[in-house]
Design a protein around this ligand. Structure first.
Ligand SMILES: C[S@@+](CC[C@H](N)C(=O)[O-])C[C@H]1O[C@@H](n2cnc3c(N)ncnc32)[C@H](O)[C@@H]1O
Length: 298
């Protein structure tokens, strides 16, 4: 078995327990980078949650200069307590990854992981008087946070960013969809009623057919897997979409990163087909997530 086949097998067995949402893709990508460099990486994961991503990578590839060189930051103390228990060789810090002083105190890293984390900065700018996210302020905060986070990456180091993606062209284009079952229709109605970041508009065409904008369809598609589950209570408050492809690319290049890979993903395609079919000819489900690997100029 050659080296790559060994790692393919290793990750196939290790990642079985990780569900959807791209965690496995991020881990395999980061593992490839570490193997190519042929030395352990000092990793920072901002918004690390229970530490499964950074934890799996340090378990597999070690840490440079001994224990606790790699760091996970999160503001959720319960998640961090579990992370610390499961991965004692990583330093987990309770804090806010938008805090410049905190970031400056950490030194520099070979790899920065931002996995389903940046959209929180955008979602945090909910404006009560508008009843929606304040989009210009959310985008500005996000750019500032990314600039601060990117200072933690060494010249020649990498960032891997996985998150939602706003539709590229013509977000107002109408799409007609049909729900497969009455339950699927009810779940959509719950989504439209309870999704906090933006007001969802749609037109009822018949019992199970509606028309909505491709922007709102993308918002719905990214939340389908959480509808009817306990996680919905948290997920209803977050918008995964903030930047479209050219805004994402701009954020990276303006901060001195060379984009090595920009991969569009539909992480829950099979699940969507069980809930809904698209009636508008020539339209498919959106590639609503993005996995970006970029290297900081040296
Ligand atoms: C969806 S979870 C992703 C966790 C992990 N990256 C993964 O994919 O398994 C996002 C995490 O980011 C954390 N988070 C969001 N905004 C944060 C902030 N400003 N500072 C620190 N943590 C934050 C949340 O508490 C949550 O644990």
């Amino acid at each position: 078995m050659n080296n790559d086949s060994f790692w393919d097998f290793y990750w196939e067995t290790r990642l079985q327990y990780l569900q959807g949402q791209g965690k496995g893709e991020v881990i395999e990508k980061a593992s490839q980078l570490i193997r190519t460099a042929n030395q352990p990486f000092r990793i920072l994961e901002a918004g690390c949650g229970e530490g499964q991503i950074i934890g799996s990578l340090v378990e597999a590839h070690g840490s440079p200069g001994g224990e606790q060189a790699s760091i996970g930051i999160d503001r959720d103390l319960t998640a961090l307590a579990n992370a610390g228990k499961n991965y004692p060789s990583i330093r987990f810090l309770a804090g806010d990854f938008t805090d410049t002083d905190l970031l400056q105190s950490l030194g520099q890293f070979d790899l920065l992981l931002l996995v389903n984390a940046l959209h929180h900065v955008f979602s945090d700018v909910y404006d009560l008087s508008q009843g929606e996210i304040d989009v210009p302020k959310g985008k500005a905060n996000l750019l500032t946070s990314f600039t601060n986070l990117s200072q933690t990456v060494k010249p020649g180091g990498y960032v891997i960013l996985f998150d939602g993606l706003e539709v590229n062209a013509s977000p107002d284009t109408p799409i007609q969809i049909q729900f497969q079952t009455p339950e699927a229709m009810e779940k959509f109605q719950t989504f439209a009623r309870e999704y906090l970041p933006f007001r969802i508009q749609y037109q009822q065409e018949s019992e199970r057919i509606i028309t909505l904008s491709s922007r709102d369809f993308t918002r719905y598609a990214t939340k389908i897997i959480f509808l009817g589950k306990p996680l919905w209570e948290r997920e209803r408050q977050e918008s995964y979409q903030y930047f479209n492809e050219s805004e994402m690319r701009g954020m990276l290049t303006q901060n001195g990163f060379d984009i090595k890979e920009f991969r569009l993903l539909s992480v829950d395609y099979d699940h969507w087909l069980q809930e809904v079919s698209i009636l508008t000819p020539g339209v498919d489900f959106p590639p609503e997530h993005v996995l970006i690997t970029a290297q900081k100029s040296g």
